[in-house]
Ligand binder design. Structure first.
Ligand code: NAD
Ligand code: MLT
Length: 317
């Protein structure tokens, strides 16, 4: 009997085709409630997710044939990895496959903030000509601080240099030489806060990074700086960010990810003029979605057929 794959978040058709061509039985069921998912997981050998499906200990307990969870993308904060390991389920992601898309969005936000693109657009549509109010700044010669010089951070470093910015970076898991090789001047976290005109966050959401941009750390940022978060909601304390914008401490901020998705919980986020928002669009390009779909389907097929686990993040015994 063919092994069953459940795709519980939207996946590009190229990935679905690979599973079918490899002889798997494929079910695409997106937007399920936790209870519906617990029913749907029965008999499933491979579960394909993006960021919406929560792979909890409870869901894993309901799984009776599950061997692998494949994340079409990077972030794994929606997967209970210790529970998967205890259950003998491999968890894998597709590093690098959507990094260019996310880095380009971060650069887009840097320009949107500097030139008031969102507010200018809204004003014109509302019949306002706010030319005088919307004088911008050029990014050339400004300091771009990057938190996390992994797959996305390193691409943004190159993009930043391409538009003539000075690039500095902090990543405690890389040596100063590696950070330099990735295009940034290595600095401490405190220096990153103090020196960046634009600070862009590209770290995973972990115990250490949750709430990292607290009121205390926002206060250490350079006066008038801009903060960009295209990584994960919850790394920036949204209430503290709204306060920092309201007080004029920061000139602006851009959020692609929120403490609560879909749609932010703090209504001040919706009304702050100097806060540009996008609905978790970082990886949402045609190119990236095809890349992650192909990669996850190839990796999961290989694991289910041969036992070889590429880009696994756990090692169940
Ligand atoms: P990556 O694993 O390649 O890089 C992350 C880097 O962060 C690593 O170099 C790591 O050493 C560093 N890091 C970890 N903890 C740190 C800390 N406390 N301080 C500084 N650096 C730290 O990951 P990536 O592919 O570059 O993704 C980065 C983030 O972007 C992740 O949270 C991912 O989920 C998110 N992401 C979001 C979107 C989106 O749609 N908005 C798209 C892709 C990725
Ligand atoms: C990721 O971590 O890869 C992103 O959040 C992209 C996504 O799946 O939306």
């Amino acid at each position: 009997m063919a092994m069953k794959i459940l795709i519980s978040d939207p996946l590009a058709k190229e990935g679905v085709e690979i599973f079918k061509n490899e002889g798997f039985e494929v079910e695409v069921k997106t937007g399920l409630s936790p209870d519906e998912l617990k029913q749907a997981i029965k008999g499933v050998a491979g579960l394909v997710i993006r960021s919406a499906t929560q792979v909890t200990a409870e869901l894993l307990a309901a799984a009776d044939a599950l061997k692998v969870v494949g994340r079409a993308g990077t972030g794994l904060d929606n997967v209970d990895i210790p529970a998967a390991t205890a259950k003998g389920v491999i968890v894998m992601n597709t590093p690098g496959q959507n990094s260019n898309a996310a880095a380009e969005l971060a650069l887009g936000h840097i320009f949107a903030l500097s030139r008031h693109i969102a507010r200018g657009h809204r004003g014109v549509k509302e019949g306002k000509w706010e030319k005088k109010q919307l004088r911008g700044r050029e990014v050339k010669g400004k300091t771009l601080g990057i938190l996390g010089l992994g797959n996305i951070g390193r691409i943004l470093a190159e993009l930043g240099k391409g538009v003539k910015m000075e690039v500095i970076g902090y990543d405690p898991f890389l040596s100063p030489e590696e950070i330099k090789a990735r295009g940034a001047e290595p600095v401490s976290f405190e220096e990153l806060l103090a020196r960046s005109d634009y600070l862009s966050i590209h770290v995973p959401k972990t115990k250490e990074t949750t709430g990292l941009f607290s009121a205390a750390n926002l206060a250490k940022m350079k006066d008038g700086a801009y903060l960009i978060n295209c990584a994960r909601g919850g790394i920036v304390d949204e209430a503290a960010l709204c306060d920092a914008l309201a007080s004029g401490k920061l000139s602006g901020a851009a959020l692609d990810v929120f403490e609560q998705e879909p749609l932010p919980a703090d209504s001040r986020i919706l009304f702050a003029d100097d806060l540009v928002c996008t609905p978790h669009l970082g990886a949402n390009t045609h190119e990236a979605q095809v890349n992650v779909a192909i990669a996850v389907a190839q990796q999961m097929s290989k694991y289910l057929k041969t036992g070889v686990a590429e880009f696994a993040v756990n090692a169940p015994r």
